[in-house]
Design a protein around this ligand. Structure first.
Ligand SMILES: [Zn+2]
Length: 99
């Protein structure tokens, strides 16, 4: 099966985490905590049961993140989400933030 969509989501999540760490936490490089979150997010995408049919994580019926990771990714999304418009095409944002 094609994995393009998952790969794309991984790149997006990486950009969002970097944005958050660099601009919000003012780190020059990705800190350990954010790196852990990134690895975790990638791993979650890899084993997402929906594969290519995956809905936006926000709408996903399976909340697969463990609580502390979920809390952190929410902070990342809240900070980086509105800023991602400068980095990614609008279709991606529509997908990620569709209600
Ligand atoms: Zn960080």
């Amino acid at each position: 099966m094609e994995k393009k969509k998952i790969e794309k989501e991984k790149r997006i999540i990486e950009q969002m985490i970097r944005l958050y760490c660099l601009h919000k936490e003012k780190n020059e490089e990705l800190c350990d905590e954010c790196n852990e979150l990134l690895l975790y997010a990638r791993q979650r995408l890899d084993c997402c049961t929906f594969g290519e049919k995956k809905p936006a994580c926000r709408q996903c019926p399976i909340h697969c993140y463990k609580p502390n990771m979920k809390k952190k990714i929410r902070l990342v999304m809240r900070f980086s989400g509105p800023r991602m418009i400068f980095y990614t095409p609008i279709e991606v944002l529509k997908h990620l933030f569709s209600k």
